[in-house]
Write a protein that binds this ligand. Sequence first.
Ligand code: G3P
Length: 221
Amino acid sequence: MQLFVDSANLDEIRHAAQLGIITGVTTNPSLLAKEDPSQPVERIISTIHEIVGGHISVEVVSTDTDGMIREAEEILSWLPEATIKIPMIPAGLAAVHQLSRRDIPTNVTLVFSPTQALAAANAGASYVSVFLGRLDDIGHDGIGVLRDVAEIWDIHRFEAEIIAASVRHPMHIVEAAKAGAHIATVPYKVLMQSLKHPLTDAGLDAFLRDAAKRQQRSVAV
Ligand code: G3P
């Protein structure tokens, strides 16, 4: 399972890319709204692309099909490698359908049920983003929905890649991988949490202490 970072923050993205653990970035209007308002969105997105070089999802904010297509064309005019992120609404499906006929990659976002995922795949989506945390927040089973989607994919061999999105903690990454998601898009903070283990830190402390002791003894001899 590949890892993307779910962020529009350049410092976070730069660090995650430096570690070599991510192959892409997903952004959304809420993530972009947290960043420097003096920077135009196209500059932030182009810089992200320069840093990571892989997948980058850029979301439209129109709610009608023509508006989404216009926005997709605008995004592609300054970043031809972009994947166009489109909300899971009927007008969005029509936009995905049109864009897929032009071989333009799309990521259908705000998917909360297997029937939505199925519709997105049939419309021609390249990626389907199943939201885990937001389902858990309302007392539903995010991972359960992801498992159902992955099972349907196994049976019917859809080409669209399943992205586990709205990831809130490291166990979501583990469960997404076990369920068969192709990609998990993970906030930077959770990505960093997922690398930590107290026994790694304690073990390293002990190794460093012992190495220093040996060095002191060899100086004394
Ligand atoms: O980028 C889409 C998704 O990952 C957002 O997550 O935490 O806002 O539910 P969240």
